[in-house]
Design a protein around this ligand. Structure first.
Ligand SMILES: [Zn+2]
Length: 115
């Protein structure tokens, strides 16, 4: 399960930031692109297991889904794709491999307890 190793590296980065901040982390917000190859449910599950006995234990992983976005040269604009099966512009049908979004797997922010 490669989600576990992804969870571990996210936890590594987040706990580093949490240690510097010094406050308890309530949630870690991340962005997961449709093309990142990550199954969000599996990542959430892996996160819960991998945070046990860490500074992040009990915190939630909040996943923001990022759709695939391509640049369509016919419409001359960026369009979101409804899925990852076809890289064709939903407006005009023109295929494009100009990827704008969809591969991300990044930490956006840490949510900390106010105290
Ligand atoms: Zn188009």
């Amino acid at each position: 399960m490669h989600e576990l190793s992804i969870a571990r590296s996210l936890i590594e980065i987040a706990s580093e930031a949490a240690r510097k901040d010094g406050r308890a982390v309530e949630a870690v917000h991340i962005k997961v692109g449709a093309l990142s190859g990550v199954v969000p449910e599996a990542l959430t599950f892996a996160y819960e297991i991998a945070t046990e006995d860490t500074i992040l234990a009990g915190s939630k992983l909040m996943i923001q889904h990022v759709p695939v976005r391509i640049f369509c040269h016919t419409c001359n604009c960026e369009v979101d794709l409804p899925g990852i099966q076809s890289f064709a512009c939903p407006k005009c049908g023109q295929r494009s491999s100009d990827l704008v979004n969809g591969r991300e797997l990044d930490i956006i922010s840490l949510e900390v307890k106010d105290s």
